[in-house]
Design a binder for this molecule. Sequence first.
Ligand code: HEC
Length: 150
Amino acid sequence: MKQLFAICLTGLLIQFCSSPKKEEVENKEYPVLQTMGYYQRFSHKLWLAGTNQNWELANFYVHELEEVTEDLIKNDVIDEGKNLSNLSESLLKEKIEKMEEAVRLKDQVIFRENYELMVSGCNLCHQATNHPYLKIKVPDEKDVFNQKFE
Ligand code: HEC
């Protein structure tokens, strides 16, 4: 009986120590890089749509950005020790909402101002997560991407 108890206890301990918590597994599996690819693509297209005054299209892309952000926030994503969910909640969420507002108002000036603000949110998080060389910018003629390469 004692022996059986010991075996059971050992079994439980092994299981407890070796199986990672569910959350950790999910965090590792969260496609952070894919999320960033979406961020870059959608934010660039949002700029092109807005500066062309195609507000219907801009509205589509601002909602895609919002969805990507909501997904990141609700999944408790820890990447290289940084809580990306909390960071995106504090650094980016509100700035995307401001973009949405600009699109709703169909106002070029507010659109440009809020876009810059949103880009600063992207960069603040890149700095906070030790990727200061990932510099997002307002799109221009110089680069194919809305990113600084020099
Ligand atoms: C919550 C923090 C956070 C926010 C907010 C954030 N990023 Fe990132 N980004 C990261 C991290 C972390 C990496 C590195 C991922 C890796 O190492 O796999 C990254 C990587 C990237 C990359 C490099 C990968 C590639 O596809 O070239 C780009 C581009 C990028 N982010 C764009 C953006 C844009 C655009 C925004 C804003 C709309 C943004 N990011 C907002 C944390 C963030």
